[in-house]
Every structure is written in C-alpha cells, then in structure tokens.
Design a protein around this ligand. Structure first.
Ligand SMILES: Nc1ncnc2c1ncn2[C@@H]1O[C@H](COP(=O)(O)OP(=O)(O)O)[C@@H](O)[C@H]1O
Ligand code: SF4
Ligand SMILES: [Mg+2]
Length: 337
C-alpha cells in the first residue's frame, strides 16, 4: 500500500458483554472514508468513537465483540477477516495508530528507542539507523529533544511528551492509513495547536488517509476535511467539515456546535446541550437514540430508528431532516453502491 487508501465501513455492529447482556456500542454504522482526506470522528464521551477506531484495526477486545459488518481497506481487503500474522503486519505497516490514553501504553521497562527498534524489527525494517533518524525528526518537529526522548523510559516523560511519542510511533513506519484516537487530549492549548498543524503537514507530505477521533468538535474543525458525528453508537451525520459546521442537519450536530461560541459565531453565549449522553444500559432499543435530548422530537422518533439518508456527499439520520424528494437515496448500504 503506497498511496492513500480508502476505507468502507459497512453495517458495523459491535457489542460489549455487560451484566445486562450483550449491548451494542455501535449499531449499523456505515462510513466511507475517502482516500487522502482527514476525517474527524466526533461525539460526546461514550458515543462509540474509540470502538469504531479499534474496529478499523480489528482490535476490539473482550468483553467486546464485532457482531456484524465489514471494514474494507484498499490494499488490505476486509480487515475483519484478517487474523494472526496478517493482521499484525497490517497494523503498524499499513495502519498506523495511536490509541486513546496512548500516554500509558509504552512499555515501562524499555527506553523509547528500544521500543522503536523492536517495532521496526517486528515489521521487517532492515535499517535501524534510518528508523531512528525518522523518529528523531518527527519528535523534533513536535518540539521535543529527539535523542533525549529515545533515551528515556516512560516515567521520565510527561503525559504530553508520551502522547507525542505515541504519534511518532504511529507515523514512523510510513503507514498510509493513520488512526489517531484523541491525540491531543493531554496537551496544553499551544502544544495542541502545534501537534494539529504537524498532523496536517505530515498528512499532506506523505499523502495519507487520516482518521482523527476527538470529543472536541473545535479540534476537529481546525484540522479535518470531513466530519462524522456519532451519538449513542450511531453515525448521525457525515459530510465535508465546512458544510457540516456551516449548516448542520442533525439536531445533535447543531447542539454540539451551539455549545462552542467560536464555531457557532454566537460569541454572547454558549448553549450547552441539555441532558446527558446515554450509556449502553440506557440506550433506547427502538426509535431514535437522540430523542431524549432532541428539541425536534416527533411521534415517529419514539418508534422508528431514522434511516441514514444521503444527499450528495452529505448524509444524516434524522426524521426531521428535510431533503428534496428527488435527492433522497435511502440507507447507508447504497452509499457504496
Ligand atoms: N470494555 C468495555 N466493556 C463494557 N463497555 C464498554 C467497554 N468499552 C467501551 N464500552 C462502552 O461502549 C460505549 C462506547 O465506548 P467508546 O467506544 O469508548 O466511546 P467513546 O470513545 O466515544 O468515548 C460506552 O457506553 C462505553 O461505556
Ligand atoms: S429522528 Fe427525531 S428525535 Fe431523532 S434527531 Fe431527528 S427529530 Fe430528533
Ligand atoms: Mg474514546
């Protein structure tokens, strides 16, 4: 895989085993990620963002299980059918990733440099010196002393430094699909801005497809080309970032934007979205998952799950979204037809 791959997630359902039985953290998610774009996955905590990111690597762990669906990545096929060595090789070499809380995922017993060389060796990198040089250059771009960081153990680095080490490890093997789960969450505002700029630069220099998961729609607004909005395990809206921010269609997206004056343009007041996001146990099993908090709730929302309706390169799942009848194509499955 030498060029930016496209990704097609179809009908993805992931369940977690809970005391109440197996409950879906993702339900029927369909998402087409275009090659060469930065797509942001946004939504409040618990909406299923990390579960979706893990699914793209076929890395959902028990008590979780991918119950249904496919994740087709150009050059790799359906990653949900990969296992063992094929999957291990795909991760790292084709799919670079930083898991959420990456600042805790380093091995405490080895220096960062040793872990870097282990990673290279396990992916057949012949020249360790080139790997080290690339790693140092990435670290230095992110404002760190590369040599010192490679010589350090995890406990010698701050949370923000570890997070940048995680980003370096995701990029250093030159994967062309990069998945970053909350990559800037532990960082102060200035470092965050620097890292976002570097993510964008590296994305463009290397011709990547990048997926960035964040609970902060303001962060996504700064760096993404396209936005996918999640709520209660459903993908509720997806489209070009400027269109989604400029004219959100789903009431949840509107609520998220209104909570951030910088995005809504309404400097006088931020209106926090009322209520709380659902948990697996409180998710409604029928009807719209957002209805408890929705100002537009109607009768049909109690009983019928709104289908995803596509209009050009945008789509939304809401009974109240009005579209010209001629433009309506029903259901996410056909997005990929
Ligand atoms: N290991 C797990 N066991 C049980 N429930 C889980 C587990 N991991 C995540 N969940 C639940 O799945 C839902 C989605 O979680 P997650 O994908 O982490 O959301 P996000 O990344 O958007 O915060 C949440 O309700 C969360 O509590
Ligand atoms: S389907 Fe109904 S409850 Fe759900 S977001 Fe649309 S109007 Fe609100
Ligand atoms: Mg998460």
């Amino acid at each position: 895989m030498t060029t930016a791959p496209g990704v097609r997630v179809r009908d993805l359902t992931v369940v977690y085993k809970t005391p109440l039985g197996e409950l879906p953290a993702l339900r029927g998610v369909g998402l087409a990620i275009e090659p060469g774009t930065i797509t942001g996955i946004v939504g409040e905590s618990g909406s299923g963002k990390s579960t979706l990111a893990l699914s793209l690597l076929n890395a959902v762990q028990p008590p979780g299980r991918i119950a249904e669906g496919s994740v087709e990545i150009d050059g790799l096929g359906d990653v949900l059918t990969l296992g063992g060595e094929a999957l291990r090789q795909a991760r790292g070499k084709h799919l670079g990733y930083v898991f959420q809380a990456a600042q805790n995922s380093l091995n405490p017993l080895k220096t960062v440099g040793k872990q870097l060389l282990d990673l290279g060796r396990s992916h057949g990198v012949r020249d360790g010196r080139v790997l080290v040089r690339d790693a140092m250059s990435l670290l230095e771009r992110m404002g760190l002393d590369g040599a010192r960081v490679l010589d350090s153990h995890q406990h010698q680095l701050s949370g923000g430094m570890r997070q940048r080490v995680g980003i370096m490890l995701a990029l250093v093997l030159n994967a062309h699909l990069v998945i970053l789960d909350e990559p800037t969450t532990a960082l102060d505002m200035i470092t965050q801005a620097t890292i976002l700029r570097i993510i964008r630069e590296v994305h463009e220099e290397r011709g990547l497809t990048t997926l960035m998961v964040t609970h902060d729609i303001g962060v996504a607004a700064e760096v993404t080309d396209r936005l996918a909005v999640m709520y209660g395990g459903r993908l509720v809206e997806h489209g070009p970032t400027k269109d989604v921010l400029g004219s959100p269609r789903h009431p949840y997206t509107r609520g998220l934007i209104q909570a951030i004056p910088r995005l809504s343009g309404d400097i006088a007041q931020a209106r926090a979205l009322p209520g709380r996001p659902p948990t697996l146990g409180t998710l409604p099993t029928a009807g719209c998952v957002f209805r408890e908090r929705c100002p537009l709730r109607m009768e049909v929302c109690e009983t019928d799950d709104p289908p995803t309706v596509a209009h050009g390169d945008r789509n939304a799942a809401c009974h109240a979204v009005e579209l010209p009848a001629s433009a309506i194509r029903v259901e996410r499955k056909e997005e990929f037809a």
